[in-house]
Every structure is written in C-alpha cells, then in structure tokens.
Design a protein around this ligand. Sequence first.
Ligand code: GRF
Length: 208
Amino acid sequence: MLKILVCVSGGGTNLQAIIDGIACGEITNARIVRVISNNRNAYALERAGAAGIDACCVSPKEYADREQFHEAFLQAVEEKEPDLIVLAGFLVVLPEKMIQNYRNRIINIHPSLIPSFCGKGYYGLKVHEKVLERGVKVTGATVHFVDEGTDTGPIIFQKAVMVEEKDTPESLQKRVMEQAEWQILPRAIDAIANGRVRIEDGKAWLLK
Ligand code: GRF
C-alpha cells in the first residue's frame, strides 16, 4: 500500500479530492500517512483532522533561518517514510536535498496546461489572471513530477478547460479546479499506486 504524504498551504480542496478518492475507491492501494502545512491557519489542516489524518504545521516563521526550517520540514517528511509526496497547493520551494532524496516520488498539481502559464511567479490566482490577460481560449491543469526546476518535471496528466468570455480569475480558478484538478490529481495518484506510471528519458508514460 502506497504511503502518501500531502503538503498544503491553503484551502485544501485538492487534499479533499484525494481523501474522497481514497474513501470512494477511485484511488486504490494508497493511504495518506501525514499532511504538512507551512501555514498554521490553512483550512487544509482542518480537513485532515476531520478525516482523522495525522497533520502538522512546519512554518518558516517559526525558525531562525531557511536552513533550520528545511531541516525541520525534512524531518517531518522522513519520519513517515512516504512512498509518494503530493504537493497540493504547496507554496514553498522544496529543499534541494528533498528533491534528490525523493526523485520521481514527488508530484505537483499546477492550474494550467504546462508549458503555458507556469514557472516562477505563476501560482494561485495569478495563473488565471495571466490566462485571461492573454486571451487564450483553452486552459486546464497539469499533474507532473517535481524536479529542480519550477514546473519542469515529467508530465503525468493534463486536462483542458474552456475559457469563457465572462470569466473572472476567480470563476476560472473554480472551473479549473472542478473540471480538471480534482479529477486528474486522484487519477494520477491511483495510477502511481498501482504501478501504471513509467518514466523514461525524462518523460512519464501511462501503462494501459
Ligand atoms: C490549486 O489551484 C492548485 O492547482 C494550486 O494551488 C491551488 C490549491 O488549492 N497549486 P487547494 O488548497 O487545493 O484548495
């Protein structure tokens, strides 16, 4: 059974999609062993608590410097010996050591079709603002493995969402979550938990 550790910063609707996916059998062969937030007030922590999942906060504000924060964060991860780390709206740059130690075992959900509207500065509502500014007609979400770059790792799943003329960043964010993020994140976890994802030459492929 795949041991998943989920990192969050905010509302935790993607975390909820994973919790629900496991509960209803959409995700099999996996369980969440811990939720870590960098933000003590994240509603995601309440969601974890309500589901009876071990949850903790490791906030950079509570450490003298970045190095000490990274050390505490890594310890909170390693304690649980996870097989897969899921960044579900996690707004912290990971320690490099963690990326090396968990190569091809960390995934992230990004609210656009990578390589559009991604990279440094593209997070949260900003992504959707840029999408509307550019006037593209199709956007979506991507689940990818995490490497040293920003949103550059192998892509596992993508799903497109149509942009509508009357969209605001908020309405688009909501639709991308409902129509794409909450669907492809559980699907990607299920595929990994059941050995259906293969990585070759820096690309991820889904086995039938
Ligand atoms: C999502 O849009 C996700 O794609 C992005 O951050 C947001 C997190 O939302 N990385 P939530 O905390 O899962 O509700």
